[in-house]
Design a protein around this ligand. Structure first.
Ligand code: AMP
Ligand code: MG
Length: 519
């Protein structure tokens, strides 16, 4: 057994709730409550990420031990662990929701890895906490598989994200009404161990600000800067300003990557926004198949479509404005907050240009280049073209002889293909001219495009295939997907199944095109 070193600064340095245990309550003047995971009947390790285990310094024997499944299923603690649930609020679907907190997440401790990095280990689905608000604190296997796989897939795609160490089956059933339509059913339960340097959210600051707990707000800001942004120097208001600007910048970088790879978060409430600019809280997320900026996988959001693919940058900005408001008492003047918000806009615009250029195989994108990029997006939309396959296909465009051949595989229907054929041909011709004017040699261009355009993303139906198998007791599909998603930009011959268009069966199937917050 590896020796593990915990250094639980969050609970050591910040005020906690005087009451411990899971009794549901309003918690004031405190940022966390001590609460233990509720043990489960039969903790069984279903999958783990070898890369994350290595990051944490956990050797293979430790991961394989019975004790590992017990700890990461919530039945035991390693020495030095000190479990807590965090207190935070949030704006949900545009409205202030008051106290939310970790209703089914329990942090076990802050592990100091052998390389000196700090990693908070957090179980999701480990039982009730003071913040469970009448719910059970549990998670079903399907949503746990989705969180486990997507965390790792996003990491390998180069998107800032929380990581996942383990997926443990509980041996217990969890009752869920998947579409809130009066058909609850028992489903297998599971616990995921998520890993990140910090799980502090925008909502962590909003809650004390909303209650006028201004000392607490300042303590949290100071702590967060000290622990999570040690590279920031300076002090006083200037330090707060640099910090807020950095949060804005990281958020812009994260969302620009989402747009690059076709990821739709689905529930961008401010309690689901990480202060580190990491993708966090994988729920009813989805991946764009046929390009549609209005698409959201989240049926709970089907009416307003607030969190649809195309508006994610604007929503991130809106969320940063909420954070700015929460932090405003730290500043004498709004100017530094305004400057931070501008940093978001500038960074996002720059990132978007950079990604567009790389995706198209151009050395840079000026305004005309961006207009050219937008025309392709419109064609993909009108032609119902698969986003991932279109961009990957463009790698094979011959600038001397432009034709539709390289993107034929991206079409879902012949009717839509024929509808855009002429316009697309014209676009490809323009693109060929731009490529010919490029200083980049062909091989360099292909490589640049390859690294911006994944061949493999965690398509909704792929995750569902793994879930269907796992619910029958076969976890092989999880391991296969984890393996494929480790190298999303590589060709990986023989694995075409994982790179294909969405099959017809998945078009309107629950879990593939429709997901809810019930998880
Ligand atoms: P989400 O939008 O999924 O991040 O969840 C919003 C809030 O609901 C958070 O405070 C969660 O902790 C809480 N929550 C979601 N599902 C459960 C559950 N099964 N039990 C307790 N709390 C939950
Ligand atoms: Mg959440």
């Amino acid at each position: 057994m590896t020796e593990l070193h915990f250094d639980n600064r969050f609970v050591r340095e910040l005020p906690g709730d005087p009451e411990s245990g899971p009794r549901r309550r309003e918690v004031r003047d405190a940022l966390w409550s001590a609460v233990e995971p509720t043990p489960v009947t039969a903790p069984t390790l279903l999958a783990h990420s070898p890369e994350v285990a290595a990051l944490l310094g956990l050797d293979a024997a430790t991961v394989a031990s019975e004790g590992f499944a017990r700890v990461f299923g919530g039945n035991a603690l390693y020495p030095g662990m000190q479990p807590w649930a965090a207190n935070y609020g949030g704006h949900q679907f545009g409205n202030w929701a008051g106290q939310l907190g970790d209703g089914r997440a329990i942090s076990l401790g802050e592990l100091l890895a052998p390389d000196g990095r700090r990693w908070e280990l957090q179980l999701k689905g480990a039982g009730p906490t003071p913040y469970s608000r009448g719910a059970d604190g549990r998670a079903v296997l399907r949503s746990s598989i989705r969180e486990f796989l997507c965390s790792e897939a996003m990491h390998h795609l180069g998107v800032p994200t929380t990581r996942a160490l383990s997926l443990v089956g509980t041996g217990e059933a969890v009752v869920r009404d998947m579409f809130y339509d009066g058909h609850p059913r028992p489903e297998p339960g599971a616990v995921v161990c998520r890993v990140a340097p910090s799980f502090i959210r925008f909502g962590s600051f909003e809650l004390p600000a909303s209650r006028g707990e201004l000392d607490l707000l300042r303590q949290l800001a100071d702590f967060c800067i000290r622990r999570d942004f040690p590279e920031l120097a300076g002090q006083g208001e200037a330090l707060y300003a640099d910090w807020f600007a950095e949060v804005c910048e990281r958020t812009a970088v994260m969302v620009a990557h989402w747009m690059r790879v076709g990821f739709v978060h689905g529930v961008m409430n401010t309690d689901n926004m990480s202060i580190l600019g990491l993708t966090i809280d994988y729920g009813p997320y989805g991946w764009i198949d046929d390009y549609d900026p209005d698409w959201t996988p989240n049926t709970t959001d089907a009416q307003g479509r607030r969190y649809r693919f195309g508006t994610q940058p604007q929503v991130a900005y809106w969320n940063l404005v909420r954070l700015a408001q929460a932090l405003s008492t730290l500043f004498a003047d709004v100017a530094p907050l305004q400057a931070g918000l501008e940093r978001f806009q500038d960074t996002y615009a720059r990132q978007e240009r950079g990604h567009a250029a790389a995706k198209l195989g151009l050395s840079h994108c000026d305004d005309a280049g961006m207009a050219h990029f937008r025309r392709l997006q419109q064609l993909m939309h009108r032609g119902e073209m698969d986003m991932t396959l279109t961009f990957r296909g463009l790698m094979d465009l011959n600038p001397l002889q432009p034709s539709l051949a390289c993107v034929e595989a991206a079409f879902y229907t012949p009717a839509r293909r024929n509808a855009v054929e002429q316009d697309l041909l014209q676009w490809l011709g323009e693109h060929a001219r731009l490529l010919q004017a490029e200083p980049l040699p062909a091989a360099g261009r292909r490589e640049r495009m390859r690294l911006a355009n994944p061949r493999f993303v965690l398509r909704n139906w792929l995750a569902q295939e793994a879930i269907d198998r796992a619910e029958q007791g076969d976890t092989g599909g999880i391991d296969e997907l984890l393996e494929v998603m480790r190298r999303p930009y590589d060709e990986q011959p023989g694995r075409g199944h994982f790179a294909g268009r969405r099959p017809d069966w998945a078009r309107d199937r629950a879990g593939c095109s429709m997901l809810s917050c019930s998880s």
